[in-house]
Design a protein around this ligand. Sequence first.
Ligand code: PEP
Ligand code: MG
Length: 321
Amino acid sequence: AQERYAGLRDQPARTLCGSVIELTMNAGLMADLPSLASSGAEGVGLFRTELQFLARSKVPRRGDLAALYLRVLNAADGKPVTFRTLDIGSDKVLPYMKRPEEPNPALGWRAIRVGLDKKGIMRMQNQALIRAAVGRPLRVMFPFIAQFDEFREARQMLLDEIERERKLGHDLPTDLKIGAMLETPSLVFAPHQFYDMADFISIGGNDLKQFFFAADRENERVRRRYDTLNVSFLTLIGTIVARCREAGTPVSFCGEDAGRPVEALCFAAMGLRSLSMRPASIGPIKHLLRRVNLDEARAVIEMSRAAGVQSVRADVTEWLG
Ligand code: PEP
Ligand code: MG
């Protein structure tokens, strides 16, 4: 199937109305990186660093992590890589880390909540990222930020590490961009200072959808009940896009839905200009985006919405023909 889209590899995802959508890929293992060149991805929009923690029997050492991240940056060959700090807990449990028994792990002690409570691991990971990116740009984002203070604190921790390296006389990354993953509905309504402070925002649609509809992403029975193209969810996406635009903050979408054609089209129609997905989805999504007019797609969505439907999927699919 990749062959079919090979001719598009070096072409931009430019729509008929002239909008250019950045298409990046999700990754987490060294083995994913060759796809960067073969898929035509413009970078790694989400590098899930926990996979390398999950694959070990004990906490990796800072030097080993730094070496790994350096290999990732080298493999990316100048294309931007956005590292997401450790996202553990819930469905991703480290065998060597003691954790409390929790009745609702998805709503529990996970991701940035662990990072801010157990600062040692996060500090070590920040140091490894900084050292790997010496002499080049570094992009880091924090998972599962639910309120402004969590972002402020996590960001300050990273800045403190930069300062520490500077004092030690070490070389530094040439540029640092610090972002937040927007995966809880509460963050959508954060004070505008949050949007001003974030260098970029990445919508973690898998979790955002789970919490928006209160439907476990791991539970097939309830998961399929709620369509991503539900008008309420699209309104949420539109609100995020508007708030980011107001603050001048770049925003992308990195959940699995970005790699589904009708979803990707609707996200673009709602104003998203950057999508991160499985490498295999890049060709098909680019192919689709290059043959649509987003103003028309948006009109179809608005008409569908005005008619009171629950999901715009049927109307958009029919329009696509
Ligand atoms: C998400 O929640 O959409 C996301 C990209 O992160 P993960 O799937 O790793 O939770
Ligand atoms: Mg997530």
